[in-house]
Structures are given as structure tokens and as C-alpha cells.
Design a binder for this molecule. Sequence first.
Ligand SMILES: [Zn+2]
Length: 287
Amino acid sequence: MPIEPRESYKAEFELRRRDVETASGKVSISYVVCAPLEDAGFLNAFSTRAGGVSPLPSGSLNLAEFNGDTAENVLENRRCFLSAINAERANLITARQTHSTDRYRIESRTQPGNVGPDCDAMTTRLTGVMLGIQTADCLPILIGDTKTKTMAAVHAGWRGTAGRITERTVADLIQGYGVDPRNCIAALGPAACVECYEVGQDVIGLYKKEFGYWRNLIVNVQENGKAHLDITSANVQQLAFCGFSPDRIHVAPYCTMHQNDLFFSYRRENSSRPLGVGRLLSVISLR
Ligand SMILES: [Zn+2]
């Protein structure tokens, strides 16, 4: 049994829906917003799978390029998503994510092709820039500093979390931008929950070695050597360790695997989708 029930987190998220016009008719786009982050002046949204033009299966809102979908579909899906969240003109920057702990500071509004270099977290204080993280079960984290208006977007899977990518990104905010973590708001988006996220001996061993508090993260150890990883608790812990106020760490009450009808799940779908699994997009920018 999970020792940190999800109900223990503050859940201040809204599922919203908007119709968007396309060449072939109206599509209905659903997305999740962290209200406290929005109230602090940060436009933010976590996408769902519904309402796009990708065949994953038909009508899917795949928001990242991979070899199972066309660039044209992704472009149209991104247009629809950005339109739904009132950010048609946003300069969206996404990264080539590699499950690393590499971070990148965005200092120009004109990144080539709107793609950052290979990295798994981005930071910026630029207005007119939207940071985007692509996931399907991994945890997307959006951070906004209420004082300096600095932003971060983090991709935290089991590998990046073990490498403390969230702690490293907050360190970048402190050292590179003069941010005080006590002024920051964090929104942890839809990801695979602890009940669904099964891991093997390699991951269990890594977490035992890396975290003194691993018993809070690796739970439900079974006789076959498998266990469950609480990727959300792990990153809540890292934010708290960095000085985030617990009441400013907001966890979306959604699981990509439990709610596979609403979200893409790599773990749930990978073996059954010949074209591959679509990707969700989590975005943050200054309003
Ligand atoms: Zn779940």
C-alpha cells in the first residue's frame, strides 16, 4: 500500500474544455490548469489526449514529434492546444528530452526551431517565452517564482528523479536568478501514480543507494522482487528539501495510467499501439 496517499496533497487543479476551429471542423480540447500558479500570473496548462488530429488512435492530441506521427499533425495539434489556452502567439520552446539531469537557461526568444538543446529542464525569466515539457507517465513539474517571475519546467522520470533533477533545477533558480524558493509555487502534473508505477531491482537498488528516505518512495515490495515507485512523492520531497513551502506544492489529482482514457500512458499503451504512444505537453509562461 502507498504510504503517502495522494489525498494528502493539496489538489488545486481545474479540468477545462474549449472548442477550437480546425480545417475539418470543431475539436474539443481538454486541459488541466493549476489555479494557484495561474493566480500568481503564470499561464499554465497540462494537456490531455482528447481533441487532436493524430491517429493515436484517431482524434488524439499528440503534442510531440516522434516517428509514429507526422510533423504536420503535431503542428496542428499544438496550434489547437495553444488556441484553447489563449496562447496562440506563444513562442513555445520544447527540448529534446533524454532522461538526463541537464538543464538549459532560455535567454533568447528565438531558439532555432523553437527547440532547446538536449535537456530535461528549462528555466527563463523572459516574457513572451513558453516552456514546454513532453511526457507520457513521467512527471512534468512547472515552477513559478511570485517575486522575480522566473519560471522552470522539469521532466522527471525515474532516472532524472534519481539524479535529483528537481533539486538541481531549483539550485539553478537560486544561483542563476536570485530566486528564494519560499516565494515559489510548484505544480506537479499528471503522471503514473504509485499504485501503477512498477519498477524492478535496478531502480529499487538505485533509490536505496541514492535516498536515505527511500522507504517513502519505494513501496509495496513484492516477492518477485518488483516494487512501486512514488515519483510524485520523490519530487515533492526534493522541492521541500530546497525550501519550498508545503502549501505551495500542488499535485494534480490525476494518474496517466489509471486515467488512460484522458491521458497518454507509455506504460499502458506501448505494447498495443503499432504507431507508438502520443505525448502530453505541460506549459508555463508569463501572462
Ligand atoms: Zn495510477
